[in-house]
Each structure stands twice: as structure tokens, then as C-alpha cells.
Write a protein that binds this ligand. Sequence first.
Ligand SMILES: [Zn+2]
Length: 98
Amino acid sequence: MLHFSCDSCGQPLDDQRFVVRLEVFPAFEPAEVSEADLDVDHLQEIAAELTELEFSGEELEELHSQTFRYDLCPRCHSQYVKDPLRRDALRRLNFSEN
Ligand SMILES: [Zn+2]
């Protein structure tokens, strides 16, 4: 039997488990570089762009798509769905700085 714990607070989870699945991928489709584009000039351009953006080969792979999966307890779930990007939390931080 699999045992889960909440990825947010660490509490052991029973049947009342919520799964968060996130997929992050670029809207600009880096995979659209076709072989026809890969003449020498383009390669240099692409290499220059990649150097500018400081992507390593591994990071470029991650650019295509990243998925995250989290198990949450009911309490953390209800907090998560209210503010998935933690914008409220950040806003509160900014306010307290002023
Ligand atoms: Zn939790």
C-alpha cells in the first residue's frame, strides 16, 4: 500500500488526498525549429540567442515542458486553490515592506 504525505505541510495523508498537477511549457514552441532552418547562419543565430538567454542543453530540454505533481491534504488544498501562484502572499509581502 502506498503512503502519501502532504507536499506542503508534510502531514500523512489518508483517502482525503488532493493531487496538483502542473504543466509548464513555452508558448513560443522552441520545437518548431525545423531542419530546413538549420543552415549555418541560422545555427549561429540560434547559438547566439541561446548564449544570450544562457540556456544550457539541459535547460533547453526543460523549456519544452515541465510537469510537477504534488499531493496535498484537504487544508493545504483549500489554501492552494485560493491562490495557486501565491500572488496574494506576495502582495502582502510588498505591502509590509512599505
Ligand atoms: Zn498539508
